[in-house]
Design a protein. Sequence first.
Length: 263
Amino acid sequence: MKKHLAMTALALAVGFSYAGGAYALDQAFDFNAAPFGGKLVKDAKAIDFSYQAEVDFNGPKFDLSGVAFFGTFRKDLSSPPIPGTGLGEKYGLYAEFVATGTRTNIAPGVNEAAFSDLTFKLRIDPNLDTGSNTFTPGVAGGNETHFASGDTSDDITLFTGKLIAGQAHHFNTLDRGSFDLLLDAQNVDRAVLQGLGFTPTYPQVRFTGVNTFLEGVIDPPGTVTDLDLRGSGNLTVVPEPGIPLLLGGGLLALIGIRKLRSM
Ligand SMILES: [Ca+2]
Ligand SMILES: [Ca+2]
Ligand SMILES: [Ca+2]
């Protein structure tokens, strides 16, 4: 009996440590685009995007605004795109985001940023007539923002994201960097977002990416207006928060059993 308990706890503890692996436990979800002339995509694990944003650095603080356009669904990050979904042909899908945070210089040309606030909307563009505005990098043209443009009046919000935590990094080659944002998905349109991943009341979504274009970064404290930032990434759904907590409980149980044995 005691041995059985210990083995169960061990299995749960292993599960918990595995959860720390990148994307090890991404949750499958369904995306029903049938109302927009697309297909019902079953068991997707990621949606790929490319994005453009503008960033303002003001000493240690930053703010940014951007738009990401999604192109393909994947069953996992190493497999080819799911064909024939209608995304980009029958309907468009984009995210609009505005964020603020603080950055820290950890070495010359190497900075880490922590997000403190974020407004995020995932939206369907049924008629493929939404784009994004152009801005002039730098102080020319004033301090601008980057946002969805064209006809956005017909677009439908699928969820609004509330920031749980987020970090970004950039390196001294200036065109390298990455970001990782964890969001609570609220006001979820469950006619479109379905499946296991969107079962929880507040599903958690990861918005992660790499930069492919970024120049003119200066170390804090420094001021930059409308830095042009572009790149690509994936939107994934993480398992419901109860699962890691449960597995974490398994780890604690294992520690408890070890303590009992050492007594
Ligand atoms: Ca400008
Ligand atoms: Ca700006
Ligand atoms: Ca539109």
